[in-house]
Each structure stands twice: as C-alpha cells, then as structure tokens.
Write a new protein. Structure first.
Length: 364
C-alpha cells in the first residue's frame, strides 16, 4: 500500500489475503472490530469503513449482535440427508495416508458424520468401480477423493459430473483433475520444487538432477518449479538429468539405481519426488560406495518418519498429513451445508533442514 492510500484499504487487503490463503474460509467468523482496530492501530470507525466496503462487495456478511462472517451466510443452510461422507484414497499403507485419514475421521466424527472408506491403489479401473458403486447406492452427502494418476488422461470424469449434477459435493486432496472445476486441498507443489532447487543452489550446487512421478500431477508441478528455479539462476536444465518414474518404479527404485547413476553423471545433488524415492536412492548409493552428503546431496518432499530415521536424515519439505485431513473434512462439511463454500486450500512450502545436503560453497 502506498502512503497516499487510505488506511482502511490496508485492512481490506489483509482480509482478502487471509481469505485467499485459506486462513479465513466461507462461513468463518472474522476478527471483531476491536481486534482489527488493535492489530492495525486504527480507529473502529476506520475498521467499520473497511468492513462496510467488503460487505458491499459481498465478500463478508455483517450480522447485528453476532459479528462479521466470510461470504453470504444469510443463504439457507442445507441439511445433510445421510450424515455420511465417502472417502476414496489411493493407498491404505503409504506413509502419508494413515495420519491424513485420521484427521478426516476425527473431524467428521466430531461433527456427527460417518465415513465410508475405499482405496484405489492409484488404479483408474478401481477408481471407476468405486465411483459407480457410490452413484448406484446414492447414500452419501459428499465425497473426498484423491485422483488416480492425475497427470494422465482418465475416462472417469463422467462419474464426477454425475455426482455434481446430483448436488453431491466433491473435494479432491493432494491433486485434482484439470478438466474438472472441483476444489482441492494440496501442497503448493510448484513452489516446493522451486524452493528445493533454490536451497541447493544456495548450498553451492549448480549441476542438479531430479526424479519425478510421471503419472501424478504433483510430479509435473514439482518439475515446473525445478525448471523455473534453474532458469531464474541462469542454469540451463539438462533433460538427461531429469528422470520420470511410474507408480511401480517409485515403489521399487533399487533395480534402477545404476540407470539413474548413468543419467545423472556429473551432478552434485538431486531433488527427488518424495522421501520414499530419496531413501531408496540413499540405500542404493551407499551399497555402491557413494556417500550422502559427502559425495552426493539429496533433498526431498513429505517429511515421512523414514526421512528422520534414515542415515543421513533427509532435508525435506513436510506434507501436512493430519492437518490436510482435518481441513478436508472441515471444508467438505462447509460445502454440504453451503454449496457456495470455496473448499480450496494450499499449503505453502517450508523446508526442514537436516543432514542430506552438503554446503559445497566452502570447497576449493
């Protein structure tokens, strides 16, 4: 905000940014006039001017004797028919999903909802069968789903559109199908890729390889951040040092270690798709006498328990896991009660620095 701008606009900008970031969601009660006045050291009259502008533009609703709320809370609240939410995830035993599922379950149960679980194993046919059963039974109020192989063409879009036509809210987690206008709760994958590479560059690395998942949109987004970070630092990406793995290869990297080493020859560091890939790579390198980080640096994503216990402990970007599940449940309930609720939420990158990246700036 410039010096010449009225003070009330500072408050408007703050509230809009809180809504955009997901810190304030549809139906949330806003801070009181007194709280905002104290925060910005402004008069309550100035705060009232700001909230008046937001109300005029239908960003918030002011209710006498109650306070101000995000969105149009005067709309009639929809009542759920079954008090039941279907949850369709890709895996049951992956290290990410137990805490995600616990967050969803605890939050739904606290609001009186039951949960109906299914798993697709990241398989399009299993996703199709699950969606068809949900549609045939027609006994849920909403669906929380993780897409299967979201980066690939998928014939199941018609089933999501059927749910939409029936007024059954759908919320994606971790990724979403680009052809569908359905809200999603996920990591800011592109900026994670960018920040990971930027950190490696700050530690002196310029020849940086990468491993990505070719079937999930998270891989494509993380590659976009990787590529952008290199170019922003005047480094020309080498396509031979970018390796794309499918679902089966991500789960079993060991047979590919020698192939990977041949591809990334000359690189001093690598950004891996997730901690599962990173740990398998550390073990494979160690078996071949290549030490991390003395000989080679690795940075990853997820902050799984294994990332803390592997030697050396991984520098990584955390997946919010349980918190993602809690927000998914909160937002799907909001959409059940009010179809106009947003549902979207983006978790911003925050690095956890451990021991798997070497600072080579000090080397001769």
């Amino acid at each position: 905000m410039t010096e010449s701008q009225p003070q009330y606009k500072k408050v408007i900008e703050y509230i809009l940014s809180e809504i955009d970031s997901g810190h304030l969601k549809q139906g949330d009660r806003m801070p009181s006039e007194m709280e905002l006045a104290e925060k910005f050291s402004l008069s309550r009259q100035t705060i009232r001017h700001a909230t008046g502008e937001l109300e005029k533009n239908k960003v918030i609703t002011r209710i006498r004797g109650s306070g101000s709320y995000v969105g149009d809370v005067n709309q009639p609240k929809r009542n759920p028919r079954y008090m039941s939410v279907a949850v369709m995830l890709t895996y049951v035993d992956n290290y990410i999903f137990p805490p995600v599922l616990q967050g969803i379950s605890d939050t739904l149960n606290s609001r009186g909802y039951s949960m109906r679980m299914s798993f697709t194993d990241n398989d399009i046919e299993k996703e199709r069968n699950t969606l068809r059963k949900i549609i045939e039974k027609d006994n849920i109020d909403a669906l929380i789903a993780e897409p299967s192989k979201s980066a690939l063409p998928n014939p199941n879009m018609k089933y999501y559109r059927i749910l939409e036509k029936r007024g059954i809210p759908v919320l994606f987690i971790n990724s979403a199908y680009p052809v569908l206008d359905i809200p999603c709760i996920r990591l800011d994958d592109e900026n994670i890729g960018y920040e990971a590479v930027k950190y490696l560059i700050q530690m002196g690395h310029r020849d940086i390889a990468a491993i990505f998942h070719c079937e999930d949109l998270q891989g494509s987004r993380r590659f976009a951040g990787y590529d952008r970070a290199l170019r922003d630092h005047d480094i020309v990406p080498d396509p031979k040092k970018v390796i794309w793995l499918d679902t089966e290869s991500v789960a079993n990297v060991e047979p590919l270690i020698d192939y990977i080493l041949g591809r990334i020859k000359g690189a001093t560091a690598i950004f891996t798709y997730n901690d599962e890939v990173a740990c398998q790579l550390i073990w494979g390198l160690d078996a071949r006498g290549i030490r991390v980080p003395d000989d080679f640096s690795i940075i990853s994503v997820d902050d799984a328990e294994i990332a803390q216990n592997v030697k050396p402990a991984l520098t990584t970007f955390p997946h919010p896991k349980r918190r993602l599940g809690e927000i998914a449940a909160e937002n799907i309930i909001a959409k059940i009660e009010n179809p106009q609720a947003s549902g979207d939420h983006l978790f911003l990158p925050k690095i956890i620095v451990r021991d798997s990246v070497k600072n080579i700036n000090t080397e001769d």
